[in-house]
Design a protein around this ligand. Structure first.
Ligand code: ADP
Length: 376
């Protein structure tokens, strides 16, 4: 039977492995269709295409390599760009962070001729569908492949930023929120003991959703997101004033989350957490201020948010996305598209579909809820 190929691309996200396990196991156990794993995202695909295209001997060799992998008890040879995923290859990976297939960025994939080479290779291998797991950029690459070939292409949203507006949740978000709650819990201990203000910078270049959800779940006192527009000096002063007011009423510490994507007016080159720290410190140390020795400590949380054991929520979403992907692949009348969670139902939406209008409203509602829950 013609195989289905799967790759993970762009930034890794917890839940990618649970998805790989589900897509492979459903393929083998329920649909009896073999699944090929492409290593290192589009980069691996392009590398394989370069090897093979124009050299028919290489194609035979690649096919032999792919099948030779079957039964290899999950050992993935770094030299191999494409491997056959058997039952054992996805054993014990469910909750593991990252992706066993590897992920990568591949600038070459922006070139139509490079994508053509990739399509040629997939066609030569008799691949009936390609599943791309990744964020916005990866899904754009998948849309182009769908437009430029007759392959069935299914995208699966995976990004901890939750910046894809057509799905309520992407893979990885639930785990990243969980990690941030853990981080806030740790920072609170020092904040309380030393009566400090902690400014923590979360990921989220295009969206403040991750910061917003983490604030709601951790009880962080403040959250600043890109959706509120560029942060002026005056706005920073009023945040500082709010903290000072709470301290006057007996509050001993504060946790402030700021999303990576927050812009400043005037623009700043440093991380937002540092800019905010300086602004707060300046305010607290002004002449005659009541808490002149109040310390503000910034911390950029960075990649720790992307790793770690995925939550049950992400594992379940991964299984649901995989099931829907198979439905779309096997339906002769099915269309190309992306698995999405809309109104808590997993469905396929077309590439380049409209944003869910509820997403923006939902974010606003969360902001309001957070404001009311954290009023101090
Ligand atoms: P993410 O998928 O996490 O958003 P990137 O934006 O870095 O990560 O995209 C991952 C990869 O997807 C890129 O390195 C590139 O190979 C491919 N890609 C992104 N944008 C495009 C595009 N406009 N055209 C073709 N390929 C793209």
């Amino acid at each position: 039977d013609s195989p289905v190929a799967v790759l993970c691309s762009g930034g890794d996200a917890p839940g990618m492995n649970a998805f790989l396990r589900a897509i492979v196991r459903l393929g083998l156990n329920r649909h009896h269709v073999p699944v090929l794993g492409i290593r290192d995202g589009y980069r691996g695909l392009v590398r394989a295409a370069k090897l093979v295209n124009g050299e028919s001997g290489e194609l035979v060799r690649l096919k032999q390599e792919i099948t030779a992998h079957a039964g290899n008890r999950g050992l993935i040879d770094a030299q191999q760009c494409i491997i056959q995923m058997d039952h054992a290859s996805v054993s014990g990976i469910m909750g593991k962070g990252g992706t066993i297939l590897g992920s990568a960025r591949c600038m070459d994939f922006h070139k139509p001729e490079v994508r053509r080479g990739a399509i040629d290779l997939l066609e030569k291998l008799g691949v009936k569908a390609l599943v791309v797991v990744g964020g916005d950029g990866s899904l754009t690459g998948a849309r182009l492949l769908a437009e430029e070939s007759s392959l069935r292409v299914i995208g699966v949203p995976a990004t901890i930023d939750n910046d894809l507006q057509f799905t309520e949740m992407a893979l990885g978000v639930d785990t990243a929120v969980h990690t941030l709650v853990w981080a806030v819990d740790h920072f609170i201990d020092t904040a309380r003991s030393h009566r400090r203000v902690m400014v923590l910078e979360t990921m989220g270049r295009e969206s403040g959703d991750l910061a917003r959800m983490a604030a709601l779940a951790s009880g962080a006192e403040m959250v600043i997101t890109p959706e509120s527009g560029p942060l002026t000096e005056q706005a920073m002063m009023s945040y500082a004033e709010e903290i000072e007011g709470a301290m006057t009423r007996g509050r001993g510490h504060a946790i402030v989350l700021i999303a990576e994507g927050v812009q400043f007016d005037p623009p700043q080159t440093r991380n937002g957490a540092y800019v905010l720290r300086d602004a707060f410190q300046k305010y607290f140390q002004r002449e005659g201020a009541p808490f002149q020795d109040l310390e503000v400590r910034p911390s950029v949380l960075g990649h720790l948010q992307r790793g770690g054991h995925s939550t049950p929520g992400d594992c379940i979403l991964a299984a649901r996305f995989a099931e829907e992907a198979w439905k779309a692949i096997l339906d002769p009348a099915g269309a190309n598209g992306i698995t999405a969670l809309q109104h808590n139902k997993v469905q396929i939406v077309p590439f380049g579909c409209e944003d869910l209008p509820e997403r923006a409203l939902h974010s606003q509602a969360m902001d309001r809820l957070h404001d009311d829950l954290s009023s101090w």
